[in-house]
Design a protein around this ligand. Structure first.
Ligand SMILES: Cc1cc2nc3c(=O)[nH]c(=O)nc-3n(C[C@H](O)[C@H](O)[C@H](O)COP(=O)(O)OP(=O)(O)OC[C@H]3O[C@@H](n4cnc5c(N)ncnc54)[C@H](O)[C@@H]3O)c2cc1C
Ligand code: FES
Ligand code: FES
Length: 486
C-alpha cells in the first residue's frame, strides 16, 4: 500500500477543494455534507428532518461513469464528507448566473417561476435539485416519472401540481445549461483526482476514518480494524450519527470501491456487487426479477435509493429490511470475503437474529448472487405501510410458488418482514399448502394459519392483531394475483 492521504478532494463552485481534517475544528470526517455546504455559504441547502425524509437538503452529485459525468440527486444530510471524495457537488447556487447585471435562472428554475411552483420556498431548492437531476438524465419526462422522482421532496404549501406542470413543460425541449460548458473540464479533473488517489486515512483526536482505494486494501484494513463500522451508502449509519448523535470511533468507508459495483450475469446467476445502489439494482433486475423490482419501487425515495445499497440492507439484518423477504424468495446467496478466502451462504442462513448475521469480523459482503428462477416458479412481493412512499413497512412479504400442470402445489415458501425479530417463514402454512390444489379456498384456509403462526409486536405503526390480519390477507392477495395471471 502507498502512503495514505489524510485529506479529500472534490469539486464545488467549479473549484477543486482540498479538505484536510487533521487541524480539527468544526469540520470532522463525520460532518454531514449538508452542514458543510451551509457553513460554506450554500444556504439554499436546507435542513428539514436530518434523516432523509423531507428532501429539503437535496443536492446533486456528479460522478464519472464510463468516462462521462452522471448526475444523481441525494440527501446531503446522510452523506459524510469523505464520501464525496472525487465527486462534483452541485447546489442551486451553481445553477443560475449573472449576465449583464441580470440574474439568469436555470431552465428548471425558470419553469418553476413560470408555473408558480413555489410559495414559502423552504422546500424549493431541494425540489429544484431533484428536478435538475431529472432534467439532466431524461429528455422525455412523464408525469409518473416526475411523481416518482419527487416522492422524497415534501412541500407543505404549494401543492405538487404546479411543480409537476413546470417540469413536464421542459419535456422534449433542448437541454443546455451552464454546467454543459464546464462538463468536459470537470470530468478531466475528477478523473485526475481518481488516478492520483490512494487510500484515505483520516485520523483526528477522536475519529479514525479510512477509505480504501481497492478491495484488496479494504480487506487488509478490515482485518486490522475489526471494530471499524463499515459504511456503504451510509443511509442507516448517518441517521444514527447525524440525527441521534451516536459517536462512532472508527469508520471503514467502502462506498467508492468499483470492484463492489459491478453487475454481471453468469452461470445461471445475476451477480450484484454489494455496493451497487438500490436504484441501479432496480434497473438491473427489472426484467428477470420482477418481484424484487416491485419492492424497489417502494423503497425509500429516489435520493435514498441513489445512496443505499442492497449489501447494507442485508448487513443491517433489520426485521423490516424490505429487500430481505424478496431476496430470500429468489434464493439469494451472500458472497463474503476476507483477506484469504471467499465463502458463500444462503441469505436465509446468513441472517441469524435481530440485527445479527453470520458475517465474521474480518469479512465484508462483496456480492449477492441471484439464481434466475425457473419458468414454472411464481414470485411476488408486497409491502404494507402507512404511506406508499418513503415509509417503513408495517408488514412486508414475498411468496414463492410452483405448481404442476394439475395446479397442485409442488413448492411454496412464504417469507414475512415485520412479524418477528427477523424475516420469518410461515412454515405451518407452507406445510398445509404443500401438495394441495392452489385454490381460493385453500389460500383462505392458509391465511388463517398464518394469522395464528406469529406473535408480532404492537408499535406506533400497527397493533399486533392488525399485523396478523395483514399477513394473512397478503396470501389471499397473492392468490388473486396468481389467478389473474394464470
Ligand atoms: C429516509 C429513509 C428511508 C428508508 N427507506 C427504506 C425502505 O423503504 N426499506 C428499507 O428496507 N430500508 C429503508 N431505509 C434504510 C436503509 O436505507 C437501508 O437499510 C439501506 O439498504 C442500507 O444500505 P446502506 O448502503 O446505506 O447501508 P449503511 O448505512 O452503509 O450500512 C448499514 C449496515 O450495513 C453494514 N454494511 C454495509 N455494507 C456492508 C458490506 N458490504 N459488508 C459488510 N457490512 C456492510 C454497515 O456496517 C451497517 O451496519 C431507509 C432509510 C432512510 C434514511
Ligand atoms: S434534511 Fe430532510 S432529507 Fe435531509
Ligand atoms: S413552498 Fe413551502 S414547503 Fe414547499
Amino acid at each position: 500500500m502507498s502512503k495514505p492521504e489524510n485529506s479529500i478532494r472534490f469539486i464545488l463552485d467549479d473549484r477543486i477543494i482540498s479538505l484536510d481534517f487533521t487541524d480539527g475544528g468544526d469540520i470532522r470526517p463525520d460532518t454531514s455534507l449538508l452542514h458543510y455546504l451551509r457553513i460554506t455559504g450554500h444556504k439554499s441547502v436546507k435542513e428539514g428532518c436530518g434523516e432523509g425524509d423531507c428532501g429539503a437538503c437535496t443536492v446533486v452529485i456528479a460522478k464519472i461513469k464510463d468516462a462521462k459525468l452522471t448526475y444523481q440527486a441525494i440527501n446531503s444530510c446522510l452523506v459524510f464528507l469523505p464520501m464525496i471524495h472525487g465527486c462534483q457537488v452541485i447546489t442551486t447556487e451553481n445553477l443560475s448566473y449573472m449576465q449583464d447585471g441580470k440574474l439568469q435562472l436555470h431552465p428548471v428554475q425558470q419553469a418553476l417561476v413560470d408555473h408558480h411552483g413555489s410559495q414559502c420556498g423552504y422546500c424549493t431548492p431541494g425540489i429544484v435539485m431533484s428536478l435538475f437531476a431529472l432534467w439532466k438524465n431524461h429528455s422525455h419526462i412523464t408525469p409518473s416519472l416526475v411523481k416518482e422522482r419527487l416522492a422524497g421532496n415534501l412541500c407543505r404549501c404549494t401543492g405538487y401540481q404546479p411543480i409537476i406542470d413546470a417540469i413536464i413543460d421542459q419535456s422534449g425541449k433542448a437541454r443546455h445549461d451552464l454546467l454543459n460548458d464546464s462538463a468536459e473540464k470537470i470530468a478531466d479533473e475528477l478523473d485526475a483526482i481518481h488516478k492520483e488517489s490512494g487510500d484515505i486515512h483520516i485520523s483526528t483526536k477522536d475519529i479514525l476514518y479510512i477509505k480504501p482505494a481497492s478491495l484488496r486494501n479494504a480487506l487488509i484494513l478490515r482485518e486490522k480494524h475489526p471494530d471499524a463500522v463499515v459504511i456503504s451508502g451510509a443511509s442507516d449509519i448517518a441517521v444514527a450519527v447525524n440525527k441521534h448523535k451516536q459517536h462512532i470511533d472508527a469508520y471503514l468507508d467502502i462506498s467508492s470501491l468499483n470492484e463492489l459495483k459491478s453487475i454481471r450475469s453468469n452461470a445461471g446467476h445475476l451477480k450484484l456487487g454489494s455496493c451497487v445502489s438500490i436504484e441501479d439494482t432496480g434497473e438491473a433486475v427489472k426484467d428477470d426479477f420482477p418481484a424484487l423490482f416491485e419492492m424497489i419501487t417502494v423503497f425509500g425515495s429516489h435520493q435514498i435509493r441513489n445512496l443505499a445499497t442492497a449489501g447494507g440492507n442485508i448487513a443491517s439484518a433489520s426485521p423490516i429490511g424490505d429487500l430481505l423477504p424478496v431476496l430470500m424468495a429468489y434464493e439469494c446467496e451472500v458472497v463474503l470475503q476476507n483477506r484469504e478466502r471467499k465463502r458463500i451462504l444462503p441469505l436465509e442462513q446468513f441472517i441469524s437474529g435481530y440485527h445479527s448475521t453470520l458475517m465474521r469480523e474480518d469479512e465484508l459482503i462483496t456480492a449477492l448472487a441471484l439464481p434466475y428462477a425457473g419458468k414454472n416458479v411464481i414470485i411476488r412481493s408486497y409491502k404494507v405501510s402507512k404511506r406508499k412512499d418513503v415509509d417503513i413497512s408495517t408488514v412486508s412479504a414475498a411468496f414463492l410458488l410452483s405448481i404442476d400442470k394439475n395446479e397442485v402445489i409442488e413448492n411454496v415458501k412464504l417469507f414475512f418482514g415485520g412479524m418477528a425479530a427477523t424475516t420469518v417463514r410461515a412454515e405451518e402454512a407452507e406445510k398445509y399448502l404443500t401438495e394441495k390444489k392452489w385454490t381460493e379456498e385453500l389460500a383462505v384456509q392458509a391465511s388463517r394459519i398464518i394469522r395464528d403462526e406469529f406473535k408480532p409486536i404492537s408499535d406506533a405503526r400497527s397493533s399486533d392483531e392488525n399485523r396478523k390480519i395483514i399477513a394473512g390477507n397478503l396470501l389471499i392477495r397473492f392468490w388473486e394475483d396468481t389467478a389473474k395471471t394464470s
